[in-house]
Design a protein around this ligand. Sequence first.
Ligand code: B12
Length: 216
Amino acid sequence: MSKEEFLARMEKAIIEGNKEECEILAKEALEKKFDLNEVIDKGYVPGIQKVGDLWDKGEYFLPELITSAECMKATMIILQPEMEKSQIQTRSKGKVVIGTVQGDIHDIGKNLVSSMLSANGFEVHDLGADVQLEKFVEKAEEESADFICLSALLTTTMLGQKRVVEIIKEKNLSDRIKVLVGGAPVNQKWADDIGANGYGENAMVAVKVAQKIIKE
Ligand code: B12
């Protein structure tokens, strides 16, 4: 089986919600020592994106969405430890507090960003999903974090990102704590409009943006 066929099988397994196949393929990817970033970006992520398209068209409903999301999670449980191990863990490159904002339970993308940051040497404090907005700032102060990373997948919860930036300004913490925002409905313009310090369209870009800011 070629790499392309392998990636296509992965995509299909997510779309069909075939958890067993997802787990088999994830283990195979490890055995074959495939580039795990490629496996995720070109196999699993396109799969969940297609699931989103099918939902848009009214062909998929909530149960299908949940099943495919569970497939993604099952896959990441297998891949994540290896991804984190495979990077050379040096001294922490910076401290990050991350989570999905209040009112929003989507956490697949946030988990990817979280693991890519820790795989690249950042110390990550993951608060999970549906996180109370003040909690981000409290934790960042407690840990003397360099970054707060906020994920939002709903247009309504994007406002939570804006509020966290405001809280940071109100507490005069803008010099110490930088805010990165992301999630499917978020873009650079939104990040600029709310005064966030950075935006990343995917987990790899999130890492690059954080690395760039830490060097400045
Ligand atoms: C899977 C999914 C679910 C799963 C979530 C499971 C889970 N544990 O996460 C379930 C089924 C639970 C779900 C529920 C709902 N969902 Co939903 N869901 C999706 C779906 C199909 C995929 C999201 C996903 O995981 N994408 C894959 C990941 C890898 O991508 P990502 O999250 O965008 O993350 C990447 C980047 O954005 C970036 N990134 C993410 N976070 C961050 C943070 C930072 C700091 C940075 C720098 C980068 C970054 O990097 C990530 C990795 O590359 C999307 C459709 C879509 N196209 O997005 C709808 C979608 C987000 N859901 C939607 C809706 C409406 C809902 C529900 C309200 C449905 C309902 N009626 O109950 C509920 C929400 C409940 C709530 N309060 O949160 C809508 C949102 C519409 C809108 N405009 O607001 C979407 C867009 C579907 C649609 N087209 O209508 N959903």
